[in-house]
Design a protein around this ligand. Structure first.
Ligand SMILES: [Cu+2]
Length: 182
């Protein structure tokens, strides 16, 4: 039996490649825009996070060797602007990050004698429908305790946010002494 000529095999191979591309292209059309979406936006809940920043802190290298004792003295705070573009309220319920053992949502309140105190917000921070909540030094902060590394100005860290709606997102927070320019 005579084998197929070389040119026919080439055409068959090309046909197969084009068929695979044709089958996969609708998936690419669906997946590519999702991959290209900015890190800080989420389709499902219409929550958008911007201006995230975290205060720098120096964690001595030796302290992390001491079984978490003095390591947990290292404390800093993160801030950000959260916009809810949807018609349903949502709540930021928790934040986590690789670089801190504990992350808590706190509110800053000035008491009768003018002293600023922090109050944990175990229920989370509500982001009402169609509104912007600023987690900023005078209102709320995200408290990071037990840092495992120093935070150097100009670098950034990743924070994972979880909302009551089930939305989770990774956002990048720049390490700085002040909020970034809007
Ligand atoms: Cu605090």
């Amino acid at each position: 039996m005579k084998s197929k000529p070389y040119w026919m095999r080439v055409i068959e191979a090309l046909t197969l490649i084009f068929a695979i591309i044709a089958v996969l292209s609708p998936f690419a059309a669906i997946l590519l825009p999702r991959l290209l979406q900015p890190l800080s936006t989420s389709r499902q809940s219409e929550i958008a996070v911007s201006n995230a920043w975290v205060r720098p802190i120096d964690v001595p290298a030796s302290s992390s060797d001491m079984e978490g004792m003095s390591m947990n003295d290292a404390v800093t705070a993160a801030y950000m602007t959260i916009e809810n573009r949807g018609g349903v309220a949502d709540t930021l319920i928790s934040v986590s990050t690789d670089i801190a053992t504990t992350v808590e949502l706190h509110q800053t309140q000035i008491d009768a004698s003018g002293i600023a105190r922090m109050r944990p917000q175990p229920e989370g921070i509500e982001i009402p429908a169609n509104s912007i909540v600023k987690i900023e030094p005078v209102s709320y902060h995200i408290m990071l305790t037990g840092l495992t590394q120093s935070l150097e100005r100009g670098e950034s860290i990743v924070l994972n946010l979880s909302f009551a709606s089930g939305t989770t997102m990774d956002i990048s927070a720049v390490i700085a002494d002040f909020a970034p320019e809007q």
